[in-house]
Design a protein around this ligand. Structure first.
Ligand code: ZN
Length: 219
């Protein structure tokens, strides 16, 4: 389990979670929500040639195969696992419905199977929904050989209504080796693309360089 990489050097990891639940799928189908895929984030990262790591849920991948293909096709982007349907892996994890302990490993394995065919820079990194985990959840995943990645810089972008607090939350806490947690879910994280250019500029000012998670954790 890791929160961040070595505090030497200049590399930091920008990570984007792609949550998707049955409730979110229902909102899309009913037209209450336009999109849970923030393409402006991808546009910016691609244009500025910024490396990033995407923690994908299986249901998000199945809803957005073209966007997943776009992520997998970028040699600067890594793909990681954020469960199949963003259910809780412990009790009392926000308001997320909970998966039984004996279904946890299967859920994560199924998600790897959904992501794997897209190729690109596949990893064995895994992030728990809501970062909620306990000993039983970690034991359940041990056979899968995943590295559990939380993060040491929480942007607070879910349901944000202004971009400046996100920029401040990231730039006040980011250090060499940091793993920054953001979301690529548009309707549920509507300010992230507005905050991102300011975050990138602030990292440059601090001499910090975004890198794929695998490089941040190992160097
Ligand atoms: Zn999540």
């Amino acid at each position: 389990m890791v929160d961040h990489g070595p505090r030497t050097g200049a590399k930091v990891a920008l990570t984007f979670d792609a949550d998707m639940t049955d409730g979110m799928l229902a909102s899309l189908r009913a037209g209450r929500v336009k999109s849970y895929a923030n393409l402006r984030i991808l546009d910016l990262l691609e244009r500025e040639q910024v490396p990033a790591t995407f923690f994908l849920t299986g249901k998000w991948v199945q809803r957005y195969p073209d966007v997943t293909r776009r992520i997998a096709g970028n040699p600067r982007f890594e793909l990681a696992n954020h469960t199949y349907g963003h259910a809780a892996f412990t009790a009392d994890c926000y308001d997320l419905p909970r998966l039984p302990v004996d279904e946890l490993a299967g859920d994560v394995a199924k998600t790897f199977e959904v992501i794997a065919p897209y190729g690109g820079r596949q990893t064995r990194y895994f992030r728990f929904p809501g970062l909620c985990h306990d000993a039983a959840a970690l034991d359940a995943l041990a056979p899968l050989g995943v590295t559990v990645v939380d993060g040491d810089v929480v942007s607070g972008d879910p349901f944000a209504t202004a971009w400046k607090p996100l920029v401040r939350a990231v730039l006040d806490h980011v250090r060499p080796g940091s793993v920054v947690i953001m979301h690529v879910t548009e309707a549920n994280a509507a300010m992230t693309d507005e905050a991102l250019p300011h975050i990138l500029a602030g990292l440059r000012e601090r001499g910090l360089v975004p890198a794929p998670l695998s490089e941040v954790l190992t160097t």
